[in-house]
Design a protein around this ligand. Structure first.
Ligand code: C2E
Ligand code: MG
Ligand code: MG
Ligand code: MG
Length: 285
């Protein structure tokens, strides 16, 4: 169907070439209604300290409870939302909901006092001139400390316009929020750029973690990224940890934190307080 829509369709709708223009248009209408009717939901996945296994943060991951198509993953609608611009209001909703939810956990659960929340930004949202104001409003309205919000961005979002990106990152950081580079290693940022970026955290992409317990090349790569993080005084977070073997290797390498099915799949907001209840440390017994 995409082929029949003609060559221009490729240029305009390149993020999801597998779908027809008509389907894209229909999804836009559905999405506007979905935003109005609050069909989007956030799931939260724990980010743990690799030494203690304690949950330090949760990453908000959006889903769309579509009235006909069921629960949709971000891969099924984020690219369309990017293309049609609805990512800006959708992203704003994610930001506000994640901050409001963090405030609820902090109010209701003593163990959530130091919990942080991570929110993913999309390219278009990052370029949107109102982003800094949106972030400030989300934090302010929720009444959470700015330092408890981490915004995740990818290397490719930064490289399009590095000067403008650094300016936006500085403005966000001036609010007090923390910044993470997501999927690190899959983009093409040079060491020179990385040094200039005002960021706090590097998230090592799952593709490097997958075989870190079996492949010596991957050990060397992850080791190099962790060393780089230490040299630049950045925290390192490994994504997609599924096995004890991966966990042990990453601990040995000195990676600070991790995320993955081994520690917890994305779950609804009600599942988060249970992640925070832990065995008392020996000193507390
Ligand atoms: P991401 O930010 O890199 O998030 C990590 C993805 O890996 C999530 O997929 C998560 O469910 C999955 N994951 C976590 N642990 C494991 C593991 O151990 N094994 C495997 N195989 N996968 C694991 P999800 O939720 O489908 O999200 C996919 C991507 O969609 C995210 O990648 C992010 O780029 C984007 N996304 C999600 N929520 C939002 C959002 O609110 N706004 C924007 N702009 N993008 C979002
Ligand atoms: Mg992320
Ligand atoms: Mg990632
Ligand atoms: Mg990823």
């Amino acid at each position: 169907a995409a082929k029949r829509a003609g060559r221009n369709a490729y240029a305009v709708f390149s993020p999801s070439m597998s779908r027809s223009v008509l389907e894209e248009a229909q999804q836009r209408v559905d999405m506007e209604l979905g935003l109005e009717q609050e069909q989007f939901v956030l799931l939260y996945q724990p980010v743990v300290d690799l030494a203690t296994q304690r949950t330090t943060a949760v990453e908000a991951l959006v889903r769309w409870q579509h009235p006909e198509d069921g629960l949709l993953s971000p891969y099924q609608f984020i690219a369309t939302a990017e293309a049609n611009g609805l990512i800006v209001p959708l992203g704003r909703w994610v930001l506000r909901e994640a901050c409001a939810q963090l405030a609820r956990w902090r109010r209701e659960t003593p163990a959530a006092a130091g919990l942080k929340v991570n929110v993913n930004l999309s390219a278009r949202q990052f370029q949107y001139a109102g982003l800094v104001a949106d972030v400030a409003a989300a934090i302010g309205d929720a009444g959470i400390p700015a330092g408890s919000l981490t915004l995740e961005i990818t290397e490719s979002m930064l490289m399009e316009d590095i000067t403008g990106a650094i300016e936006t990152l500085r403005a966000l950081r001036a609010l007090g929020v923390r910044l993470a580079i997501d999927d690190f290693g899959t983009g093409y940022s040079s060491l020179n750029y990385l040094k200039q970026l005002p960021v706090d955290i590097i998230k090592i992409d799952r593709t490097f973690v997958e075989q870190v317990d079996t492949d010596a090349d991957d050990v060397a790569l992850v080791d190099a990224v962790v060393a780089l993080g230490q040299a630049l005084r950045l925290q390192t977070v490994a994504e997609g940890i599924e096995t004890e073997g991966q966990w042990m290797m990453l601990r040995q390498i000195g990676c600070d934190q991790g995320q993955g099915y081994l520690f917890g799949r994305p779950g609804d907001a009600a599942s988060v307080p249970g992640l925070l209840i832990r065995e008392p440390a020996p000193a507390e017994l």
